[in-house]
Ligand binder design. Sequence first.
Ligand code: NAP
Length: 321
Amino acid sequence: MKAIVYSAYGTADVLKMADVEKPAPADNEVLVKIRAASINAPDWRVMSGRPSVMRLMFGLRKPKIRPGIDMAGEVEAVGKNVTQFKPGDAVFGVCKGSFAEYACQTQARLAAKPENITFEQAAATPVCGFTALQGFRDYGHLQSGQRVLMNGASGGVGTFAVQIAKALGANVTAVCSTHNVDMVRSLGADRVIDYTQADFTKETQTYDIIFEHAGNHSATAYKRILNPSGISVMAGVPHNMSLLGLMKHMMTALALSRLGKQKFVPFIAKANQTDLVTLAEMMAAGKITPTIDKTYPLSETAEAMRYVDTGHARAKVVITV
Ligand SMILES: NC(=O)c1ccc[n+]([C@@H]2O[C@H](COP(=O)([O-])OP(=O)(O)OC[C@H]3O[C@@H](n4cnc5c(N)ncnc54)[C@H](OP(=O)(O)O)[C@@H]3O)[C@@H](O)[C@H]2O)c1
């Protein structure tokens, strides 16, 4: 089968299409014929091998795993212990190496694709959907009626986060640049701030939850605009932040959380079937609709990754297989 592989750590030039062995499902696995995959921040972080401490986990000379996490497709075969899926079912979820024609995964990382959603939209959902859902629900403890701010609202995570916060009953202020204002407003944001025109950290408006993933403001700036028992949910940092910068960012957050009632909470989203089903139900009910910026064929994955690596992709970038 065709799959995208790495030749080394580096820029998108290290991505090549190659012929690799088609996987066979183990007893507890589902073999999925992939119809679409999508690019996420962890894909370009692993590809670049930055910060370099990551190489201890992913391989010293080049990544040990093939790229791609999110996927959607059709079940081609199942292992003998798989009870939830059968050949022909349309599914979406996560796997290792989704920039490929086939992948195997256990049923606990897959869910049925809603019928009203395309394979491209389903493949756009898992990682960004988990991050937005878990960020607001589990780490922000969002209650209906709370006022939240989403910085980086036009990105992959941001476009899900705006819709999920609205679905959970929040009053949403979203921050993006000029050319994304209309798109972000169409997702349901109550107020949109153009970061090229105004600095929201200098305003008097305060928030119960700040969902941060652009990483371009300090925790101390957020402290000023958080309500006394507000929570800053910290999902991301800038593309090029050094290991030292990252450590300083985290230490400041930890220190500020200890000093008062406001909380600064870094987190990494976890893949699980319950949340995939929740996201599927929200999509089926029309509460969230994945937004896709561009689609590229599998053979142009490197080009797609170059585009995402600019840091200014609009919502999700999808690979069709
Ligand atoms: N914690 C987790 O589990 C988890 C999971 C996934 C991702 N993440 C993190 O979340 C972050 C975002 O991921 P993503 O997939 O959403 O990235 P993305 O799609 O590449 O985000 C790009 C978006 O960021 C916006 N942006 C860039 N600079 C900005 C600024 N100064 N202020 C506000 N918005 C700005 C861009 O909008 P403009 O073009 O308008 O500037 C663009 O729409 C990354 O740091 C990633 O590592 C964390």
